[in-house]
Write a new protein. Structure first.
Length: 317
């Protein structure tokens, strides 16, 4: 295996992430389950792909110029990625976030030089009104002038960034993917990947995922949960019902259990949304049976969640 070639900037290290097959959590009577490890991106998240696309597409249009400050409402991963990209390119970055999200993510944004405005969550949870409030605060700040809003929930440029995952999967699975599943936050990742996979093969099945306690896609109503980055309490504008075949709700406890098992049995340290993705992938693989391929993504690294209770309990069988 040849080592990767040197790159010019840290931005060139985004993408081309590996895929690993689960060897212990999956059953011989199930389809093969593969996980694309997006924690290998520079900030440890697939949001690096989205952030770079939103900034560079805006630059090419002339919408983003050096005198403007980039502003975004974010749970932390998008903000960390945008702070990283802005630092590498020399832009100022202002993040509107909340104390409901992991302190390590907030500190990562600060480390990259971001200015933070925090919206308090009384419950400490990601409630249905939290993201809309953060969006409103960001819009109010931007209205003062001198800002460029990346506005991740409405930004089609993010699909360009996430399409890279789809193109990489086509190269990594030349014989095709039977099922791809992924949790929905902005829906950019699922839609970007689904567009590429379905253009390549009409038989690829795409499954949208959400926390069972916030079943907007499956039952039509929001709820509270602790899975950062997904289950935002409303149908995201980027979600296209023509590009996915099914929506499934996955219990948050199962997602957390899966995170601990992935670390202890597969050597994969990932976050809660990744655990939810893999829990669903294992479920789908069991339904499909041998000879099929199920692929999902590990959205980010579990290193971002060590300060919370995700890995506080030992894994149990």
């Amino acid at each position: 295996m040849r080592p990767p070639l040197p790159v010019t900037t840290a931005l060139d290290a985004i993408g081309n992430t590996p895929v690993v097959e689960l060897r212990h959590l999956s059953s011989p009577d199930s389809a093969a389950v593969y996980v694309k490890l997006e924690g290998f991106n520079p900030t440890g998240s697939y949001k690096d792909r989205m952030a770079l696309a939103m900034i560079e597409e805006a630059e090419q249009r002339g919408a983003l110029t050096p005198n403007l400050t980039v502003i975004e409402y974010t749970g932390g991963s998008t903000g960390s990625s945008l702070a990283f990209v802005c630092a590498a390119k020399g832009y100022r970055f202002h993040a509107v976030s909340s104390d409901a999200f992991a302190a390590s993510k907030l500190n990562t944004m600060r480390a990259f030089g971001a200015q933070l405005t925090l919206v308090h969550s009384p419950s400490g949870e990601i409630s249905p009104d939290l993201i809309p409030e953060m969006m409103s605060v960001a819009a109010t700040i931007a209205a003062q002038g001198g800002y460029y809003q990346t506005d991740q929930f409405n930004n089609q440029d993010s699909l360009i960034g996430y399409a890279g995952i789809g193109h990489e999967l086509l190269a990594q699975f030349p014989e095709g993917v039977d099922v791809f599943c992924g949790a929905v936050g902005t829906a950019g990742m699922l839609m970007g990947v689904a567009g590429v996979l379905k253009d390549n093969s009409s038989t690829t099945r795409v499954v949208a995922l959400e926390p069972a306690s916030a079943p907007m896609l499956t039952l039509g109503h929001p709820g509270q949960h602790h899975v950062e980055g997904i289950g935002v309490g409303f149908l995201p504008p980027l979600l296209d019902s023509e590009l996915y075949d099914e929506a499934r709700a996955i219990d948050e406890a199962a997602a957390r259990w899966t995170c601990r098992q992935l670390a202890a049995q597969e050597g994969l340290l990932v976050g809660t949304s990744s655990g939810l993705n893999v829990a669903a992938a294992l479920e789908l693989a069991s339904e499909l049976g041998p000879g099929k391929v199920v692929v999902t993504v590990a959205c980010d690294t579990g290193l971002k969640y060590l300060e919370g209770d995700l890995f506080a309990r030992p894994p149990t069988s």
